[in-house]
Design a protein around this ligand. Structure first.
Ligand code: PMV
Length: 314
């Protein structure tokens, strides 16, 4: 086993995955469409070890979170040894910036490539999914689809398809950690009366999102992405006990976006399992949006992202 490093970027869902079809295999109940966020990176280095050990930044990770993943990797490689992985994000971890997507994508590729095996990318996407379904998407760059119930994601378009697209990640709360997605999804499915409607509506809006990305139509994409995000948070809010990831600052950013759209500036928000807000826009409007956020919410940090590459060796 040769020490191997990989770099990956998080996968931001435009149409959200929320809910598992099959919890054991970690397959999604809803289809998701995502863009891989160039500008934000996770770097992971893997070496052989007696036991599996993962650290993210300076924090040792709970081994239970990685058990099914490493079991799948060992079954695929036909090996019995463990892996030691050291991972670093250049953006806030576990705060709803999808660090688990880039984390497991980089980890899956690093474990396999370190073993001198070169399977097709779709196989790597399958392995990454065992850790986190959104990681199945982050293996690929550009615009990516994870169909409902699928074991692997597929690339729809490379990053060059829409180079003017920007994603501004507004950090509303540093170091935030909410309910882990696994528990939150299980709770939504079991305790939200709107769960079936959520799954059905995701399937219905999918073609609209695919067309909007194909046509590079920001207004249409922004509208449908915002709808998917709002419906995902609505189904969670209706759960018992309720799940609420939004904070007053998240809502304040959403208000700034609404105000900007009222002035003809295309700024469309989407939120995941955390308080941070990602704003979809075009490069031509980026300055106006950053200025408005800086004036209204000067304490908030804004990270810039764009359609980026999939997993790469470092
Ligand atoms: O793949 P997970 O378990 O980190 O779940 C991701 C869930 C969302 O980020 C909220 C939506 C998505 O499709 O990425």
């Amino acid at each position: 086993l040769s020490p191997t490093g990989c770099r990956a970027s998080p996968s931001l869902a435009l149409i959200k995955y929320w809910g598992k079809r099959d919890a054991r295999n970690n397959t999604p109940a809803t289809p998701s469409v995502a863009v891989t966020l160039g500008g934000l990176t996770t770097q992971t280095h893997v070496t052989l070890a007696e036991q599996d050990r993962v650290t993210v930044g300076d924090d040792p990770q709970p081994s239970a979170r990685y058990e099914a993943f490493f079991r799948g990797v060992r079954a695929f490689l036909g090996c019995r040894h463990g892996f030691q992985a050291v991972s670093r994000n250049d953006f806030p971890t576990s705060a709803g910036l999808a660090s688990s997507s880039s984390g497991f994508a980089a980890l899956a590729c690093a474990c396999v490539w370190a073993s001198d095996v070169e399977p097709p990318m779709s196989r790597l996407s399958e392995l990454a999914r065992l850790g986190s379904a959104s990681a199945a998407r982050a293996v690929w760059g550009g615009f990516v689809l994870l169909p409902r119930g699928a074991r692997a994601a597929v690339q729809l378009w490379p990053p060059e398809h829409w180079p003017e697209l920007r994603i501004l990640a507004v950090i509303t709360r540093e170091g935030a950690k909410g309910t882990p997605t696994r528990d939150a999804m299980a709770s939504t499915r079991a305790h939200s009366p709107y769960y079936r409607a959520w799954v059905r509506s995701s399937r219905r809006i999918l073609p609209e999102a695919l067309r909007a990305v194909a046509d590079r139509d920001l207004e249409r994409l922004g509208e449908v992405a915002r709808t998917s995000s709002n419906r995902m948070h609505a189904v969670m809010l209706a759960s018992r006990p309720p799940l609420r990831y939004w904070t007053p600052e998240s809502v304040a950013v959403m208000d700034v976006c609404a105000e900007l759209r009222g002035r003809g500036v295309g700024a469309w928000e989407t939120l995941d399992a955390g308080p941070q807000v990602k704003v979809l826009c075009l490069e031509t409007d980026r300055g106006a949006i950053e200025t408005a956020l800086g004036e209204r919410l000067p304490a908030l940090r804004v990270l810039r992202a764009w359609p980026g590459a999939g997993v790469q060796r470092v």
